[in-house]
Design a protein around this ligand. Structure first.
Ligand SMILES: [Cu+2]
Length: 457
């Protein structure tokens, strides 16, 4: 380990020292469950696989710790209820693995023999299916078909060889509807023994998911079929999502998974184009890699994208379904844009002086009005940004491209060079460019008297 790596992972060593002070059995249990990075993954991944391949980073998450016994990698997943925070101010009792939703990312190398114990601490049976992995039929985890269910309190053991490199997932295959809806998902990464394609500098894992959590409810509703109101990356809704900090000119890989109950997610990145290099079915040949800026990640699939950002900045990364960048209170409202409510407002003010009709000019400003909201709920969306309120929520995060990514505080905003930010137009410049904004009411352009276009007066 060189000096640079020593300092980078000093935080890890300190964490290990803390663990050593708790009783040995407890410490072993903690280590077996998850390599906890105290919620703060290292800025740069340690090398995890041959050929200098970096370890995967799970923003807002962790990686499963292995214990090697006679050449076999031994891990332990504990299926259990977890107290989860989707974003500051929004908590729920979910189900997950090893204290989190999604469960810890499982990371292996092609050819590894894996032995994974699964302890069930749920109030009903469960099982684990290793989605996309080619393995003996009896290890596939479909309860009833491939194995008996893991009953409450029991520990089962799965053992298989990670035969093919790729980006896979794991999830229950007993009462999937309930267990996945409550958060039981995880990613399973198998690095190739020989790197495929250009070496990447950073390698991220993002599981997309969706929950129905009614305002004031303690648990997500597993019976919801359509109207999900908490949309997440790694079970976090913006502004709870940790930004992805990368270097300008670096090669970046993001492994997207989708175990949402019902929705596919078109994931869009701003400021760059990427290529889909792999799915949970294998690698995409280079000649078939189509450049794109949005990748549809269907339910029950993974999509791996790679790119080299050339512009520094804070770039939005989000699901492009507009209702998937909303949270909770944006749902179920009547359409109000353009409604004439003056008379209604006057009448209402007689009985409710504080009454105000909202949404008649759009909903962008409603996010930051600071209205009182019920306990354990989020406003529709949003968080303060460097210029003004960011009226996005749900499945939204920020790709922070920097020249010095390892020295960058993930919470910091990009410092734009002077003259590179859209701003109020200068009247002299507008005159010189021959730009004259229309005056008068919007929607009735002067000089455009189309036949049949009746006046709205
Ligand atoms: Cu979506």
């Amino acid at each position: 380990m060189d000096r640079r790596h020593f300092f980078q992972y000093g935080g890890l060593a300190a964490g290990a020292a803390l663990v050593a002070r708790v009783p040995r059995a407890e410490a072993e249990e903690a280590m077996a469950r998850t390599s906890d990075l105290a919620g703060r993954p290292p800025a740069r991944s340690p090398v995890a696989a041959p050929g200098g391949q970096p370890a995967v980073l799970t923003p807002n998450g962790s990686t499963l710790a292995w214990r090697t016994v006679d050449g076999v990698k031994v891990g332990h997943l504990i299926a259990e209820p977890v107290e989860h925070e989707f974003a500051p101010g929004l908590r729920a009792e979910c189900w997950g693995y090893n204290g989190s939703t999604p469960g810890p990312t499982i990371e292996a190398i092609e050819g590894d023999r894996l032995r994974i114990y699964v302890t069930n601490r749920l109030p009903e049976p469960t099982s684990v299916h290793w989605h996309g992995i080619v393995l003996p039929n009896g290890m596939d985890g479909v309860s009833g078909l491939n194995q008996p269910p893991i009953r409450e309190g029991e520990t089962f053991v799965y053992e298989f060889t990670a035969r093919y490199p790729g980006t896979y997932m794991y999830h229950p295959h007993f009462d999937e509807m309930t267990q996945i809806a409550l958060g039981m998902t995880g990613m399973l990464i198998v690095h190739p023994r020989r790197p495929r394609g250009p070496r990447v500098d950073r390698d991220f894992v993002l599981m997309t998911h969706e929950f129905r959590l009614d305002v004031g409810a303690r648990r997500p509703d597993p019976n919801e079929m359509k109207d999900f109101n908490v949309l997440t990356f790694n079970s976090k809704a913006f502004p709870g999502t940790a930004p992805l900090v990368v270097g300008r000119g670096e090669r970046v890989r993001i492994r997207l998974g989708n175990l949402s109950p019902m929705d596919h997610h078109p994931i869009h990145l701003h400021g760059l184009a990427f290529k889909v290099t792999a799915t949970d079915g294998g690698y995409v040949p280079e000649t078939a890699q189509v450049p794109d800026t949005t990748v549809l990640v269907p339910v029950g699939s993974t999509r791996v994208i790679e790119f080299v950002p050339e512009e520094a900045g804070d770039w939005a990364m989000h699901c492009h379904m507009t209702h998937h960048v909303m949270t909770q209170m944006g749902h179920g409202l009547s359409p109000m844009v353009g409604a004439k409510t003056k008379t209604l407002d006057q009448r209402m003010s007689r009985v409710m002086p504080e009454y105000m009709t909202m949404g008649t000019t759009g909903m962008g400003n409603m996010a930051e009005m600071g209205m009182p909201i019920p306990p354990n709920s989020l406003p529709m969306r949003g968080a303060p940004g460097p210029f003004s309120y960011i009226d996005m929520g749900g499945m939204f995060t920020v790709l922070k491209v920097r020249d010095d990514p390892d020295a960058t505080d993930p919470g910091s905003w990009y410092a734009h060079p002077p003259g590179t930010v859209a701003a109020l137009a200068d009247p002299a410049r507008m005159r010189a460019d021959g730009v004259t904004p229309p005056t008068g009411p919007a929607g009735v352009a002067p000089g455009h008297n189309h036949a049949g276009h009746s006046s709205h007066e």
